[in-house]
Design a protein around this ligand. Structure first.
Ligand code: RIB
Ligand code: CA
Length: 324
């Protein structure tokens, strides 16, 4: 069985588009990314329906941008529903407003003109070859629609890093499926078949990146607005998972993707051949690692399985201290 391997840290800032369905852990991921301009050059935030409806995920992305002090980043609204299946949401986890633990308001700055899908098509079509990284923190609908409309955009993509899936870990929306995949398995299949460089951070690793009293104290000690927002949001967000799984803390799913982009050496994974189950029924949205492949014959996905959880919280704390 090939051993887990760590990827080297980026030597130059990454041109990054964050596709997201904020969502409690999405906001933590966005704040971490916005606090890291030395490593991540965020070109845009694109929003999708997922945890809550599109109007709320888009409002929450604008809120995160305001809290991060980064109104220079455009926010484009994308797909309001999955490719084929009926929409599902996770308001039971993220609250009706999609942001637990805090009072939301209408941010001053609005959305950018145009749809997220058209932005992806235009930007990735015009990009230098393999120059733009995408972090996909919700259902993969926007990217799938862009790939269907303009398959050649693959040329402009350096890598797609997805929060989603589960293999050795049980699902969190059904016994076998993770929410982002279950919300649009067809979209995940389109992305999987597109040939892009694809990395997954599944529940197998995010359930190892858990909050704790000590980690909440670490974050609270920073003493600024951003860290207090993260503490307040996560304190509320993790309750459902802790109760469901009997865990001692809650998983910080989406921020793990951003931490991976900043410090990949905190993570370990391997090349696998991955399939997504699109059959209607009990296994819809399941991700199956059908084979652990070899560097000589790599699979279609880099599957991240392990992480230095304390290293991630140290990174998050250090970066949040840079915000207001
Ligand atoms: O299963 C966890 C994922 O689903 C996270 O991205 C969370 O924000 C929800 O979108
Ligand atoms: Ca998300």
């Amino acid at each position: 069985m090939p051993v887990l391997s760590a990827r080297v840290a980026p030597t130059a800032p990454l041109d990054l588009i964050i596709d997201t369905d904020p969502g409690a852990d999405d906001v933590v991921a966005l704040l971490l990314a916005m606090a890291s301009p030395d490593v991540l050059r965020i070109r845009a935030i694109t929003t999708v329906a997922g945890n809550v409806r599109l109007d709320k995920t888009s409002r929450n992305a604008r809120l995160a941008r305001e809290w991060g002090g980064r109104e220079d980043i455009p926010v484009y609204a994308g797909a309001s529903k999955p490719l084929l299946r009926p929409p599902i949401y996770a308001a039971n986890i993220h609250g009706d407003e999609g942001l637990p633990g805090v009072v939301v308001h209408e941010p001053a700055q609005g959305l950018a003109d145009g749809s997220a899908v058209q932005y992806l098509v235009d930007t990735l079509s015009a990009a230098q070859p393999h120059s733009i990284t995408l972090a996909v923190l919700g259902p993969q609908t926007n990217l799938a629609l862009a790939l269907i409309q303009a398959p050649a955009i693959v040329r402009g993509i350096k890598e797609v890093v997805v929060m989603g899936g589960a293999h050795l870990n049980a699902g969190n929306i059904t016994p076998v499926a993770e929410f982002n995949l279950y919300a649009d398995a067809e979209a995940a299949e389109v992305v999987l078949n597109s040939g892009v460089e694809l990395t997954y951070l599944p529940l197998d690793v995010t359930h190892k990146v858990l909050t704790s009293d000590a980690r909440f104290s670490q974050l609270a000690a920073i003493g600024n607005q951003a860290s207090q927002l993260v503490v307040d949001i996560l304190m509320e967000y993790i309750k459902a998972d802790m109760q469901r799984y009997g865990m001692t803390g809650g998983p910080v799913h989406d921020a793990s993707v951003i931490a991976y982009l900043i410090k990949p050496e905190l993570f370990k994974g391997r090349s696998v051949e991955l399939q997504v189950d699109r059959r209607q029924g009990a296994t819809y949205g399941q991700t199956i690692v059908v084979e652990y492949t070899t560097p000589e014959q790599p699979g279609n996905v880099v599957w991240i399985e392990d992480a230095d959880a304390q290293g991630i919280f140290d990174l998050l704390s250090t970066r949040l201290a840079c915000l207001k």
